[in-house]
Ligand binder design. Structure first.
Ligand code: PGA
Length: 233
């Protein structure tokens, strides 16, 4: 069994009926044991009652309508949170990512921090400088090792992924910057259009510590196929 982490970012997909059906389909079939399910908040209890590892898609450090606080998350025995997903930055103008990270780490939550460049930035060869800027902003005062999810914004939900060698280089770049500037040994995940057709080649990427999977993780059969490949690598 390898140590790759798989985060299922279920976003706002699935109705209650679909969620229950999904859970029935994956029940007892998870051969890969490092899977963190991040469902819609209203479905979290269904995942917990099946003994699955759960994370939240976002967390906040102050009491605010429509948000979950770190204390609420921890009091439900949830130990993972995604912070700074590009959809939240784009559609909800989320900004205080560093503050969320620091508060979460102070409360012993494991954080998965999302970074990634837009299509335009990529076409202007700015990927590395954009990632570096994001790391500098997000990792300020971070003293614990964290997980970074590299998710090129143009690859999310698009059925296109960067080349394998490109991802390999970026994983090294993120690890080097995190180590040299912050003294951190981060784990790096890849996210963006991961599916059962590309997981074989993605799994071969050197130094990659796992995957953050959106749409493909919401289809039980597709997700189980992906986990089988990851688990057998
Ligand atoms: P996707 O989403 O796998 O559907 O591209 C990934 C993400 O947004 O985290």
């Amino acid at each position: 069994m390898n140590n790759k982490i798989v985060i299922a970012n279920l976003k706002s997909y699935m109705t209650l009926g679909e969620t229950k059906n999904y859970l029935r389909m994956i029940d007892n079939k998870l051969i890969h044991n490092k899977v963190v399910f991040c469902p819609s908040n209203i479905y979290i209890p269904y995942f917990l009652e099946r003994g699955l590892t759960v994370g939240v898609q976002n967390v906040n450090y102050f009491n605010c309508t429509g948000e979950l606080t770190i204390e609420q998350v921890k009091s439900n025995n949830i130990n993972y949170c995604i912070i700074g997903h590009s959809e939240r930055k784009l559609f909800l103008n989320e900004k205080d990512i560093n503050k969320k990270i620091i508060h979460s780490l102070n409360n012993d939550l494991n954080v998965i921090i999302c970074i990634g460049e837009t299509e335009e930035e990529r076409s202007m060869f700015k990927t590395n400088s954009v990632l570096k800027r994001q790391l500098i902003n997000y990792l300020r005062d971070v003293k614990k090792d964290v997980v970074i999810a590299y998710e090129p914004i143009w690859a999310i939900g698009s059925n296109t992924i960067p080349s394998i060698s490109n991802i390999e280089d970026i994983v090294c770049y993120i690890k080097n910057i995190s180590k040299s500037m912050f003294g951190l040994d981060v784990k790096v995940l890849y996210g963006g259009s991961v599916n059962s057709s590309n997981i074989d080649s993605l799994s071969g990427i050197k130094n990659l510590d796992g995957f953050l999977i959106g749409k493909a993780s919401t289809d039980a059969n597709e997700f189980l196929k992906i986990l089988e490949v990851v688990g057998n690598q």
